[in-house]
Design a protein around this ligand. Structure first.
Ligand code: BMA
Length: 335
């Protein structure tokens, strides 16, 4: 992959301002990112990851974040957001001693229920979890995977009689390298018991990735198939200090693929080039980890435009738009 210089796709338009920053949050906040977003009949809702208790200067003198909670924000237009006075949930509220930290929420609406998928760090590994809420105050945990797994995204309807999710397990045993994590799919009759797991997209299928991939936002239904965005990571050992950490050699790009409507384990098409690559000045510097685009939300807006909500630099939430037909073309006329 080193022989090719990749650029993001020209079908993407970046919204010039961040959609959410720490300054929008009325409680302790340092980084607001990896936000799941849904468009409901009453407007837009966002659950975002909020890392708090450490500034860049404090980090440099050895301090670390006090914790992570999940904030809730509301918006009429999906661009100007108002954050609730208190976090939507803190880890301890979920009542599981084993949990250390919950993060990276994604939201899927199903009737009156909102199903929130999240990653959870525990004393015995990383899990993917699903919980159900109606009011974003009370959350009922539905399932927690075995470790290691994360980046779960739930399809918005049953397919072939089952609920379906994409996920990203992290297998290391019997593999040559630590990375190379792929996108998988599992099915469930009830959102609790998951099985029929199968591989959907492998890292080696993505030409601009040499490390790992993971599902981004809950899939969006189109006439041609399920549109799925994902993050794709490449490592370049020559990269040095980037963001707060002393060394950050990874780059997170955004990829796009189309899955079969009735058999979503089948890839109908995938763009061979990244949909988005860290290119804008605010994506290349000024973040906690620069060079990292991490999408967790994709919605069709009132004008039919597709909005991609992504984090830049693990620090702020940003938005980009594209026409649906252009995104479909990228997947089906892949070169
Ligand atoms: C991943 C996760 C995400 C994060 C991303 C980029 O491994 O930890 O939460 O946004 O790295 O740093």
């Amino acid at each position: 992959m080193e022989s090719e210089i990749y650029r993001g796709s020209p079908v993407i338009t970046r919204y010039p301002e961040p959609i959410l920053t720490k300054d929008d949050v009325p409680y302790e906040s340092n980084l607001t990112f990896n936000a799941g977003i849904v468009k409901t009949d009453d407007g837009y809702l966002m659950l975002f990851r909020n890392d708090y208790g450490c500034t860049k200067e404090e980090w440099e003198s050895g301090k670390r974040f006090k914790g992570t909670n999940i904030g809730l924000a509301h918006s009429e237009d999906g661009i100007k957001w108002k954050v609730d006075p208190e976090p939507s949930f803190e880890l301890k509220q979920l009542g599981v001693d084993e949990f250390v930290r919950c993060y990276d929420p994604r939201i899927t609406q199903m009737g009156e229920d909102f199903i929130v998928s999240f990653a959870v760090d525990t004393k015995h590994g990383v899990h993917g979890g699903l919980c159900r809420t109606r009011d974003f105050k009370d959350y009922e945990i539905l399932s927690i995977s075995v470790p290691d797994n994360r980046n779960m995204v739930l399809f918005p309807e049953k397919i072939g009689g089952n609920f379906v999710r994409l996920e990203r397990p992290m297998p290391v045993y019997s593999r040559d390298a630590a990375g190379k994590f792929d996108i998988w799919l599992s099915e469930s009759p009830d959102l609790v018991y998951w099985g029929k797991s199968r591989l959907v997209l492998a890292t080696e299928d993505v030409p601009y990735c040499n490390d790992k991939i993971g599902p981004g936002a809950p899939p969006l239904k189109t006439d041609k198939g399920w549109l799925v965005i994902f993050h794709a990571v490449d490592i370049d050992p020559s990269r040095g200090k980037n963001g707060w950490e002393d060394s950050w050699k990874k780059r997170y790009c955004i990829g796009i693929m189309l899955l079969d409507l009735n058999d979503p384990g089948k890839v109908v098409g995938m763009s061979k080039r990244p949909l988005m690559i860290p290119e804008a000045p605010y994506e290349l510097s000024g973040g906690f980890r620069d060079n990292a685009l991490f999408p967790c939300g994709m919605v069709r807006d009132e004008k039919g435009l597709i909005r991609i909500y992504y984090s830049a630099g693990d620090a702020v939430v940003r938005m980009a738009t594209a026409k649906e037909e252009d995104l479909l073309k990228l997947c089906t006329e892949a070169r």
